[in-house]
Design a binder for this molecule. Structure first.
Ligand SMILES: Cc1cc2nc3c(=O)[nH]c(=O)nc-3n(C[C@H](O)[C@H](O)[C@H](O)COP(=O)(O)OP(=O)(O)OC[C@H]3O[C@@H](n4cnc5c(N)ncnc54)[C@H](O)[C@@H]3O)c2cc1C
Length: 352
């Protein structure tokens, strides 16, 4: 089905970059659509909803979940069209030089410009390679941590050796009964300070070890123990557990960019090669956030916001060459007059 509305800007991806692009695009009076594969907005931050984020300018520490709520609320300020549960599978231009995006459901979206804000692409967690393990995914085999509360007082096994695995081991240590971390190599790959913290903690570290068997309870619906094999000393041990967390990283899928007939220039076999103004090698196609590569890129949520504003400003100038190079700052922007009146009324009412 072809969506009859041609928008000024279509943003692919509803993570921090896409959400801020949506807000800023509205500030610039551009009609806007976001297409997001997941059933909810927020992007990769959903991987760490209970972690504290300290480095978003002007925000005191917030949890990932709170940041998502605030970014999502800001993103809909100017009523963009939001399409959830659809994966963009093709991007091309039609005879009128408009972009046509096709999604996995067969829908087509036509747009004057496009902002790619796809982060690491569709993130699929790399699963544990043990037959039948998937049946425990509904109970106590986890690939993400949604709530620390769930793990309070539990015996937990984490398998993996990168930053995320180490990070979770450190976070669980004070609240769990017992934490084991199992890593197939003889050393961890992560930030030095985090590794130091782990090694000085009560977490049981099993290096040179892999999980070889999951033992189910009598009903067969829960993992109640795990056998791990140490290939250095060729010995296996059994660890009782309440929860198993697998942290082997993510497979990234970005074929629609790499195989686009638009021949989008790619860097390091993954990133959209761009400029500091978020332009790609294709006119009218911009990129923002983790997917964008340029000299001086800031790999932070704060950097994604800047990329997004640049992308929108470039789109605006392409569509309206006489427009101002950027939007007026929000505190002096007439677009907010009516909204400010309401907000100030609430503020004074609640403080009186
Ligand atoms: C554990 C962890 C902790 C972190 N902590 C911090 C921190 O403290 N501070 C900080 O600044 N950064 C942190 N980061 C990094 C930060 O989360 C990322 O830089 C940020 O999420 C990038 O935003 P983005 O919008 O570019 O991409 P993403 O957040 O990855 O969002 C991209 C979105 O695009 C969607 N998408 C992809 N392909 C398609 C498609 N074909 N069709 C439709 N939708 C698609 C995805 O589903 C996803 O929702 C952390 C990352 C991790 C993993």
């Amino acid at each position: 089905m072809r969506n009859s509305d041609i928008t000024d800007v279509t943003i692919v991806g509803g993570g921090p970059a896409g959400l801020y692009a949506s807000f800023y695009s509205g500030m610039r009076d551009l009609s806007t659509r976001i297409i997001e594969y997941q059933p909810k907005l927020g992007g990769k931050v959903h991987v760490y909803p209970e972690k504290m984020i300290w480095d978003v300018g002007g925000l005191t520490p917030v949890t990932g979940a709170t940041l998502i709520d605030q970014m999502a609320e800001q993103a809909v300020t100017f009523d963009p069209e939001i399409v959830l549960n659809e994966k963009v599978t093709k991007i091309e231009k039609n005879e009128d030089q408009l972009f046509v995006l096709t999604s996995n459901s067969g829908n087509q979206y036509v747009s004057r410009t496009v902002i790619l804000a796809v982060g690491g692409g569709i993130l699929n967690p790399i699963k544990i390679d043990i037959e039948g393990a998937d049946r425990f995914e509904v109970t106590n085999l986890h690939y993400t941590v949604q709530s620390l509360e769930h793990f309070k007082g539990k015996n937990i096994i984490i398998s993996g050796g990168g930053n995320s695995a180490i990070d979770w081991a450190n976070e669980f240590e004070p609240i769990a009964n017992q934490v084991h971390i199992v890593h197939r190599k003889n050393e961890f790959k992560g930030h030095e300070a985090q590794i130091q913290q782990l090694m000085n903690s009560s977490v049981h570290v099993h290096l040179n070890s892999t999980i070889e068997k999951l033992h189910a309870n009598q009903e067969g619906n829960l993992i109640d123990a795990v056998s791990i094999h140490n290939h250095e000393i060729n010995e296996s041990i059994r660890l009782e557990t309440d929860d198993l967390i697998i942290n082997y990283g993510y497979e990234r899928e970005l074929t629609f960019i790499k195989e686009s007939p638009l021949h989008i220039e790619i860097e390091n076999d993954f990133f959209v090669k761009g400029t500091s103004k978020s332009a790609s090698s294709v006119e009218g196609l911009y990129a923002a956030g983790d997917i964008l590569a340029f000299d001086g890129k800031v790999h932070l949520i704060a950097g994604a916001f800047v990329d997004a504003a640049n992308a929108v400003n470039q789109a605006k100038l392409l569509l309206e060459p006489d427009a101002a190079a950027k939007a007026r700052v929000s505190s002096h922007n007439a677009k907010f007059n009516a909204k400010n009146k309401e907000l100030l009324k609430h503020l004074y009412q609640s403080s009186s």
